[in-house]
Design a protein around this ligand. Structure first.
Ligand SMILES: [Ca+2]
Ligand SMILES: [Ca+2]
Length: 140
């Protein structure tokens, strides 16, 4: 898998539609439509079902970036002058099962925000990815 891609500048566009069978009592479900990534304005998430998202300045350049996670994968989308670049943070290591959101804090005191994600299978477990700078994360 290619963990890093760059594309031209563009606005982030995300669409959603609520689908459900009318009159059946079935709860509607959200189906996300990829808009900007299909136009090449931003790299495709390439994650599968998305379960968490964060907005933060990962590289502390003064521009907010965002992080999206699925059950097994997580990617950082860095906003730069020329557009968005996708960095792979997690690519499905054994035992990784994220769900229901995350957060960020500088846990090791180096000034760079580290990522935290709730583990899907273990109630009291939070996984941590330490920000090593220049797009690298480690120490989960
Ligand atoms: Ca940034
Ligand atoms: Ca840190």
């Amino acid at each position: 898998m290619n963990c890093r891609r760059a594309v031209g500048a563009g606005l982030l566009g995300i669409g959603a539609a609520l689908l459900g069978a009318q009159g059946t009592g079935e709860a509607p479900r959200v189906v996300w439509l990829h808009l900007s990534s299909l136009k090449g304005e931003i790299p495709a998430p390439d994650l599968g079902r998305q379960v968490a998202s964060l907005i933060l300045d990962v590289d502390r350049d003064g521009l907010n970036d965002f992080v999206i996670a699925s059950y097994e994968k997580m990617a950082w989308f860095r906003r730069g002058a020329g557009g968005w670049t996708r960095f792979c943070v997690e690519n499905g290591a054994a035992g990784v099962r994220m769900e229901a959101g995350g957060d960020f804090r500088d846990l090791d005191g180096d000034g760079r925000p580290d990522l935290l994600q709730k583990d899907f299978q273990k109630d009291r477990r939070v996984d941590v990815w330490l920000n090593r700078g220049r797009g690298g994360y480690g120490g989960r």
